[in-house]
Structure formats: structure tokens, C-alpha cells
Write a protein that binds this ligand. Structure first.
Ligand code: CA
Length: 495
């Protein structure tokens, strides 16, 4: 098919006559309009509380704020397993990890299974994946891919490209700029007569944080406000929490602080404060680059006439602890790690400047995009389409609780396996790998999760009810009864 520029195509469409001769699958049945493009932008470890439209007090993200002001911001979107590869697998398949096979970061994704791009392709979508893949097996279902191996590199990154896997080719420059360049190039050269699904996955802001010079300048002398839980002493919390190896005080590496080692005389809180400032400056500078590049993408969409018919999504594979509870990294079912930022703009459908509080999950993304594309959602997809929510109407029977399950132990940061349930107000967590412990938080009374109230008498009825609901969710999602695996507590520290 002739590869016209999109502008030419739009001009042609304006003439009206050609539309009828185009294949029917590029139109949504209901409106007779072309199916929407889906531009899915995902970063790696970008916590919602480092985005100004989410109320960040540590940085400004004007371009993400612009996206939110033109669309809908979700403040209760959660991952189902808070590490990289499992979250990515859930996004691609619309299923929990016990069904898609990616229980942890060590496994290899089974590329034979159905995924979002595979379901969109027969419906006329061009499918592309650019940036961080992290699923080890060769990407499948994409007409085009250009992915960084493993975690990728911040400077002069190498890529694996479709048709020459697993060979690599180097691109000069800073990774966030390069991935954006590649994403724009794809949209410029895509067949303008077909809709596209473009998954643009940034490597940043994953550890070890390496900003480019431009953004480092903005943060190098900045004093970053400390989070209220920086000195959590874990009193009353599970042993699994106390034993995790992700504290700023004891487990942070010089690579996390720009290669700098703290002065020897710094101890205890002074050391934590020094490390917090140094790692956060790097982390936030990496995010400033992402935000600038979001601006580039939004400007491109506007100039190229793609703005109206493109669903633009910004998210991160999970959150991150920004000194919260004295930690860096993620994995725990605590708010800062569990929450994914999620902002969606689609001018035709989504009301501008809305904030939604419904409980959304990463497994909901695939069915929602399929729904917008007019594709039947396979019955075995576990997520729900939130298309109606995006129109501003929450279905009466929308979920009132979410299920979470983390498996990777022993591994980096030594976070015990756990599962749990979160409702709008409460959270119940069961650590079951090497321990058998519960935590319960009342998020209304204790939004920072500092007070484990699992043993308080006044909560016992509530906890009983939540356990019933938790077990019902496990049955509903076909989770094999996760009784304690009696994993021996690892004696080998990774630090
Ligand atoms: Ca991640």
C-alpha cells in the first residue's frame, strides 16, 4: 500500500470520496470513524508522587500535567505484582502472572501466548514496540520492534531490531531522547491508512540513575524535601518488612548516588539524609528528561494531525519508594510501590481535566484498548475494560477491591513473597514465603501505613470480612492456593 504522509491522507479524507473504498476494519462500527491509534508510553519505576499533577512536592512535570489537564488522571491505579517483567507481562496479556507465567524477573516470557498486539493486528492495527522490553524472549505480535536488551543503557544505548534479533545496533545519544526519536519516527513512517498501537517504553528512571547533563544541571544543587516516613523504624510491622534489604541506611550502593560515597563520619539519620538527597537528584533529573520528551511527543501529535484520534497513555510499570519507609526500590504492597501513575488523553471521548478514584489494575489496560478498537475481549482475559469510566461513567458493579501478589524471593532486596487485598479504605497483606505474618492498614486513618493494626480488637470483624473477600478473589482469579512455600529464609545477603 502506498505510504502517504498522514497530512496528505487527512486532506484526502477531507475530500470525502476515498473513505468508502478503504477496508472496513479500520473503522469503528459505531461511529463510522477510523479506529483510534493507541500510543502507550510507559516509564520504568516512575512513582506517581514524582509527578506534579499527582501532588508531588519534590519536582515539576509540566508536560505530564498538560496531558492530565487534557484528559483523565487515575489516582487509584495499581500493579498486580510490583516488579518490571511481571507488570509488563500483565499489561500485554491482561492476566495475572500465575496465568501468563511471569511470576518474577528471572523467568522468560512465553511469546506464544495471546497478547494485546496479536489481538489488534487482525483488526487492521500496525503494532510496534520501542524501548525497554525486559521479557527475555524475542518480542512477538509486533510488525516492528526496536528494544533495549535487559535494562538497557542510559548513554549510547544498543537495540535489538526486528528481523535481526538478537544482534544489537548502537544509537548515539541519551536513551530517553533516542527512544522518543524512534517512537516519532515510527509514527511518521507508519501507514497513515491504518491505526497503530505503539508501545513506547522508557528505560528511565530505572536504577542506577544516570541523567543527561541538561537535566542534571537543574537538580545538582537542589535540596529535595524529605518524605514523612523517611525514618520509619518498622515498629509493629512484619519481620518481612524489617528484613528487606532496601534501606537507604544499610543497602544503598555508591552507584545509586552518582558514584559518590558518603563522607565517613556520616552515620544513622545523617547518612540517610545524605543518600536521600544524592539519589533523588539523579532520579528526578532522569524524570525531567522523560517529561521533556513527553512534551516532544505531544507537540508532534498536534503538528501531525494525530492528536484527535490518538489515545495517549502515560504510566509506569509500578511505583517506587522515594525514601518512603526509609527505602528505595519497590516490590512491597505499600502505596508508593503499588500505585502506578496513569494518565489518558483521548479528546473525542475522555472529558478534560478529570481525576478518577476508581480501582484500576494493569490487567485492565489490554481489555480497555481492545474495547476502544472494537475488538471482542477474549473471555480468559482477567482485567476489565474501563472504557465507560473514561467516558466519565463508572459502572455500578465496578470492582471494590484489588488483588496483589508478589513472588520473587530470595532475590534482590530480599522482600518476602506476599499477597493481599486493597479496598478504597483498607489494606490487608499476608507474607507467606519464609514467614507467616499479616499486616493491616486503615488508609483513611493512617495513609502513610505506619501503624499495623492487625491485632487491634476493633478491627477484627473488618479483617475477617477482608480475608473472606481476599480468598474469594483468589478463587475468582484462579490463583493456586498460595499456602506458605516454607522457603527457607535466605542466609545470604546480597549486600
Ligand atoms: Ca520497574
Amino acid at each position: 500500500m502506498e505510504n502517504k504522509t498522514r497530512r496528505d491522507f487527512l486532506k484526502t479524507l477531507g475530500a470525502g470520496a476515498v473513505a468508502a473504498s478503504l477496508p472496513s476494519w479500520i473503522y469503528s462500527c459505531a461511529s463510522g470513524k477510523k479506529k483510534p491509534n493507541i500510543l502507550f508510553i510507559m516509564s520504568d519505576d516512575h512513582a506517581a508522587h514524582a509527578i506534579s499533577c499527582y501532588g508531588s512536592n519534590i519536582n515539576q512535570t509540566p508536560h505530564l500535567d498538560r496531558l492530565a489537564s487534557e484528559g483523565m488522571l487515575f489516582d487509584n491505579c495499581f500493579c498486580t505484582n510490583g516488579i518490571c517483567a511481571p507488570s509488563r507481562a500483565s499489561i500485554l496479556t491482561g492476566k495475572y502472572n500465575h496465568l501468563n507465567g511471569m511470576l518474577d524477573n528471572k523467568l522468560k516470557f512465553d511469546g506464544e501466548q495471546p497478547t494485546l498486539p496479536k489481538l489488534l493486528k487482525p483488526e487492521g492495527y500496525q503494532t510496534a514496540m520501542i524501548g525497554k522490553w525486559h521479557l527475555k524472549s524475542e518480542p512477538t505480535g509486533f510488525d516492528y520492534y526496536k528494544v533495549v536488551p535487559g535494562q538497557g543503557k542510559y548513554f549510547n544505548p544498543v537495540f535489538q531490531v526486528k528481523d535481526s534479533w538478537p544482534e544489537t545496533v548502537e544509537e548515539k545519544g541519551y536513551v530517553t531522547n533516542v527512544i522518543t526519536d524512534e517512537a516519532i519516527r515510527f509514527m511518521q513512517t507508519a501507514n497513515s491508512e491504518q491505526p497503530f498501537l505503539l508501545m513506547c517504553h522508557h528505560k528511565a528512571p530505572h536504577r542506577p540513575w544516570k541523567p543527561d547533563a541538561k537535566h542534571w544541571e537543574q537538580f545538582k544543587d537542589r535540596e529535595i524535601p524529605e518524605p514523612p516516613t523517611l525514618f520509619d523504624n518498622y515498629e509493629g510491622k512484619a519481620e518481612a518488612v524489617k528484613n528487606a534489604e532496601m534501606t537507604l541506611e544499610h543497602h544503598m550502593h555508591p552507584m545509586d548516588t552518582g558514584g559518590l560515597t558518603a563522607p565517613e563520619n556520616l552515620k544513622g539519620k545523617d547518612l540517610v539524609r545524605w543518600r536521600y538527597q544524592h539519589y533523588m537528584r539523579n532520579y528526578l533529573a532522569c524524570i525531567a528528561s522523560i517529561d521533556d520528551n513527553i512534551g516532544r511527543i505531544l507537540d508532534f501529535l498536534k503538528k501531525s494531525g494525530l492528536e484527535e484520534n490518538t489515545i495517549v497513555v502515560y504510566t509506569s510499570d509500578q511505583g517506587f519508594f522515594l525514601g518512603d519507609h526509609g527505602w528505595f526500590d519497590k516490590r512491597f504492597m505499600y502505596e508508593e510501590s503499588l500505585r502506578m501513575p496513569l494518565i489518558i488523553r483521548y479528546p473525542e471521548v475522555v472529558p478534560r481535566g478529570q481525576v478518577n478514584h476508581d480501582l484500576i489494575l494493569n490487567v485492565d489496560f489490554a481489555p480497555t484498548f481492545l474495547d476502544f478498537a472494537g475488538v471482542d475481549i477474549p473471555k480468559n482475559i482477567q482485567g476489565e475494560s474501563f472504557r465507560k469510566i473514561l467516558r466519565g461513567r463508572t459502572p455500578k458493579n465496578w470492582r471494590q477491591s484489588v488483588y496483589y501478589h508478589y513472588y520473587e524471593y530470595p532475590a534482590w532486596h530480599m522482600v518476602d513473597a506476599h499477597y493481599g487485598i486493597r479496598t478504597q479504605r483498607y489494606k490487608l497483606i499476608h507474607y507467606y514465603g519464609y514467614t507467616d505474618e499479616w499486616e493491616f492498614f486503615d488508609l483513611k486513618e493512617d495513609p502513610h501505613e505506619m501503624d499495623n493494626r492487625y491485632n487491634l480488637p476493633e478491627y477484627q470483624d473488618r479483617i475477617r470480612q477482608l480475608k473472606e473477600e481476599l480468598y474469594a478473589l483468589q478463587t475468582y482469579y484462579k490463583v493456586e492456593k498460595p499456602v506458605s512455600k516454607h522457603i527457607e529464609k535466605s542466609k545470604t545477603s546480597l549486600y
